[in-house]
Design a protein around this ligand. Sequence first.
Ligand code: PLP
Length: 358
Amino acid sequence: MKKVHNFNAGPCVLPKPAIAAGIDALKDFKDSGMSVIEVSHRGKDWEAVMNETETLWRELLHIPGGYKVLFLSGGASMQFLMVPYNLMERKAAYLETGVWAKKAFKEAQILGGDKAVKVASSADRNYTYIPKDYVIPADADYFHITTNNTIYGTEIHTDLDSPVPLVADMSSDIMSRPVDVSKYGLIYGGAQKNVGTAGVAFVIVREDILGKVTRPFPTILDYRTHIQNGSMFNTPPVFPILIMNETLKWVKAQGGVQGIYKQNVEKAALLYNEIDRNKLFTGTAEKEARSLMNICFVMNKGYENKEEAFLNYAKERGMVGIKGHRSVGGFRASVYNACPKESVEALVQCMQEFEKIN
Ligand SMILES: Cc1ncc(COP(=O)(O)O)c(C=O)c1O
């Protein structure tokens, strides 16, 4: 295989052993003579994968009793609407820290109109910071946040205190740092960054926050349906769940979330230090809000005309996916769990060499 340094924002680089195990299971699942995509999802072999995947989640995030772990289809975007359907009765509070947060808020508005309230937004500075001065309404049914803003490279680094159930979209920073699950009512995300491939979303929900809404809503949108059916109310996306299982085993082998976090801090520091040192580049996110996962930067003043040249220079040296999202411009290096330190070092070297010739 051609060697590249993959900085894609998701789908993104995955652990090599997880991909290898996926290929094996596609060929022959547990010596069954069938591919994993050919076996019955009601069979013992598949059931074992489901159970083990849940156990890995529980172990790695120290998920307390009283919480259920679900694997659902529809990506994180489906959770944008499942959350309000299941939890919004009187009022739902949202923190707007980027486009994904805005999309989540929109679904709550569609369902509840004025019941959906925005407590703060960082849109005034193109989402380059995390708002701090806001009050979470004590009469809200929940408070929704996006812990990592994939497009803008900002992150909420701590588990917030909230007087009402805290609901977090952790699509792009799940398993990247230790999280105190007990501070959340619900955590969700698409798998396709740190926990596998697109096609499955994870939901961790404290069971006692469910069943409080009085309006009827579709069976398949009700978390209780999926709890009762062990995430197999409808046919589960077996291959994405298998890749998730293998990815979590890899996380465990890295020393669990604590071990991964240490690596992530080192990788991010390498790149941010270079951005701050190099005269050609400047970071876009406010320093205290800088994401460990998505590192956004642009050409410094006076060097704007070098953007295309740097993209080409980096591409020739094997860098993939460093063009920034169109709403931010410049560059974005996504350094998810499976992105090796070696790739970050290669990008840093590339930035240093480019500085020398400019
Ligand atoms: C923070 C965040 N939330 C939600 C989504 C949407 O996820 P999905 O494509 O699984 O619906 C993304 C996708 O990149 C994301 O980064």
